[in-house]
Design a binder for this molecule. Structure first.
Ligand code: AMP
Ligand code: MG
Length: 345
């Protein structure tokens, strides 16, 4: 816990340093207001500038708390818990329905690399409780029989899954949340904002001085240090990495929380971190997880197919960075890994 708190403090300091923010008594367009909170099992920090900032932060905090109540897989009254326990069609909020529909869509676009019905398998590994263990292959194949996002029925905000199928939105809920917070900020007239949900960053406008936000991305091989900085405006930068949640087994191997639905084991297809940069937080979050799982070659061809407008930075298990050409000019490396810039045909 202490480690997490100090990581949070360092993260706050780092963003402060990068953004050059300070609090003033006169509320000018440059005055920064920051709200730190813990929700969705994540330390969050939301910052907005100017005279509308304080009201925007109050609304953002309320929104995050109500989204958590709808989306949590552990709170018994949440939409997700009701879907997982009922066996009957469940009426859900518009937010829950929108995330589930997006999850099914990205499941299909990525050939099932993103599969929100993996929850029972994640539970078997202990990723939901912290009581880690390595399930044997028999247990995994039994659990995998129930895993398939195509079993989810969703229509008009009513969702049902077959008995013993369970869902969890951990792979994309934070991206949806940062989109929703960014939307509130814009509606409240905030033109500079920075939303940091546990290292997943979404920005509103530019910095108050008109310059681009500088967002640091961690080095998966040395998570206390940065690998690069990207300069953006009105975009999200969302990373999935092996280092975010993992345990070391008795066999000395590391097992991380992003699973390959085809095996039920931690995805190990050549990517150790996938950073997605784009205008939609939920797209970036869904793809960060899915392309991490898909692996280097499939991630590159997904991007090259032009299905969606985004940029990405992959770090491979042979210590290379692969960076798409749309971000290469706005990217500065701060590590020694070689960078390969890729292009669409
Ligand atoms: P992220 O940090 O966005 O990559 O999300 C990781 C979280 O998504 C994990 O902690 C699990 O709750 C869940 N998850 C893991 N693997 C998958 C997967 N292949 N598809 C959907 N959700 C997953
Ligand atoms: Mg994700």
């Amino acid at each position: 816990m202490n480690r997490t708190l100090s990581a949070f403090a360092v993260c706050g300091l780092l963003l402060t340093a990068l953004c050059g923010c300070r609090n003033n008594i006169d509320i000018s367009d440059n005055t920064a207001f920051t709200r730190d909170l813990f929700a969705m099992d994540t330390f969050m920090s939301v910052r907005a500038y100017g005279k509308n900032a304080s009201a925007a932060l109050n609304s953002s905090e309320k929104l995050i708390s109500s989204l958590e109540k709808e989306l949590s897989v552990t709170l018994p009254e949440s939409d997700i818990s009701r879907i997982n326990s009922s066996g009957e069609p469940v009426r859900v909020s518009g937010n829950t329905a929108a995330i589930i529909d997006a999850a099914v869509r990205y499941g299909s676009l990525t050939d099932g690399a993103l599969d929100i019905t993996l929850y029972p398998v994640l539970r078997a590994w202990g990723f939901t409780t912290g009581e880690y263990r390595i399930p044997d292959s028999h247990e995994l194949s039994e659990l995998l029989e129930k895993v398939d996002y195509r079993q989810i029925q969703s229509e008009d905000s009513t969702v049902s899954v077959p008995e013993n199928v369970m869902i969890d939105l951990g792979a994309l809920a934070k991206g949806y949340t940062s989109d929703a917070v960014a939307q509130i900020m814009r509606e409240k007239g905030v033109s500079s904002g920075l939303i940091n949900l546990g290292g997943n960053v979404q920005t509103v406008g530019t910095k108050p001085d008109g310059s681009l936000w500088r967002v640091a991305v961690r080095n998966p091989y040395s998570p206390d240090t940065d690998m690069c900085v990207v300069e953006i405006a009105d975009k999200a930068v969302i990373t999935s990495g092996t280092y975010e949640r993992y345990f070391t087994g008795e066999d000395g191997k590391n097992y991380w929380h992003i699973l390959d639905p085809s095996t039920g084991c931690p995805a190990d297809n050549g990517v150790v971190s996938a950073t997605i940069i784009g205008e939609s937080g939920i797209m970036c979050d869904a793809l960060s997880t899915a392309l991490f799982v898909a692996g280097t070659e499939k991630a590159v061809s997904y991007w090259q197919s032009g299905n969606e407008d985004f940029d990405m930075i992959l770090v491979t298990n042979d210590r290379r960075m692969i960076c798409t050409d749309g971000i290469s000019d706005a990217f500065s490396s701060s590590c020694s890994m070689p960078v390969e810039v890729i292009h669409r045909a």
